[in-house]
Structure formats: structure tokens, C-alpha cells
Design a protein around this ligand. Structure first.
Ligand SMILES: [Zn+2]
Length: 146
């Protein structure tokens, strides 16, 4: 039982059939993922405060929201949201399932952004790999938005 615990908690996901897929999956969690924590900590250290986390009062529950300024930040995991720059691999089994899942995620991301924008929000998407590669640039981007 201990072993299955590391898999992502999503009843809709098939049980990973190969080592690599299960590794990838267990490294990914929906909320409070590591890059997000790193980013939040850095914002805090730079004195950027006043944001809400996973704010429910606007569409899409942005990972980081500055309600007063109407700025929403999404921190996207490269695997689930199909990062355009690092081009993550697709699991080799259950291809149809994954493709379906990914296209739904992409659609949802797009819809969230559109809904927020129609309410007058500015939306910034930051990818996991961008945080890992160049955190300073991401902080600068956020600062420019604020
Ligand atoms: Zn990426």
C-alpha cells in the first residue's frame, strides 16, 4: 500500500504501467508543487505581499492572485499543462487517455485566462521549468505586472 501512495491521487488516471511514468506522476502534485513554493518564498523575501493563494472568488482559482490589482498568476506544471518550451514527453501507454487529459487541461487553461480577462484581470502564466531555470526573470516579470 505504501507504494501506491506516491501516485497522484486521481481516480481517473490509470495505474502507471511503467517505471518512468509512475516516477513522472509521483513527482507531480496538483497543489503546492515545489516550483510554486519556491516562487512564493522568493516573492515573500522580496517584500512582495498582499497576494492570495488559490483564490476562489475568481474563475480558475489562480495560484497567486493580487485581488486589488486584478492580477492573476498561474504556475503551470510542464507535464500536465504541456509546456511549449520544454516539450515534456507523453507516457507511452494509455496514449488516448493522456492526449484527452492534456487537451482538456489546455482547453481549461485557455478558458480560465479568457474568463479572468473578461473580468478585467491581467493574467501571467509561469512555467515550472522557467522557475527552475531562471527564477529572477520570473520575479522581474511579476514586478513589472504589479
Ligand atoms: Zn517547461
Amino acid at each position: 500500500m505504501e507504494e501506491t501512495k506516491t501516485y497522484i491521487r486521481d481516480a481517473r488516471s490509470p495505474t502507471p504501467k511503467n517505471e518512468q511514468t509512475s516516477k513522472t506522476m509521483s513527482a507531480i502534485k496538483a497543489k503546492n508543487t515545489k516550483p510554486e513554493l519556491i516562487l512564493r518564498k522568493t516573492l515573500w523575501n522580496k517584500g512582495i505581499k498582499g497576494y492570495r493563494l488559490h483564490w476562489k472568488k475568481v474563475p480558475g482559482r489562480p495560484d497567486i492572485a493580487f485581488p486589488g490589482k486584478k492580477i492573476a498568476i498561474f504556475i503551470n506544471g510542464c507535464f500536465w499543462h504541456r509546456c511549449p518550451s520544454c516539450n515534456p514527453s507523453t507516457p507511452k501507454t494509455n496514449i488516448e487517455f493522456w492526449q484527452n487529459k492534456f487537451s482538456k487541461n489546455i482547453e481549461r487553461d485557455k478558458r480560465k485566462i479568457e474568463e479572468l480577462q473578461s473580468l478585467g484581470w491581467q493574467v501571467l502564466t509561469i512555467w515550472e521549468c522557467e522557475i527552475k531555470k531562471d527564477l529572477d526573470t520570473q520575479i522581474t516579470k511579476i514586478k513589472e505586472f504589479l
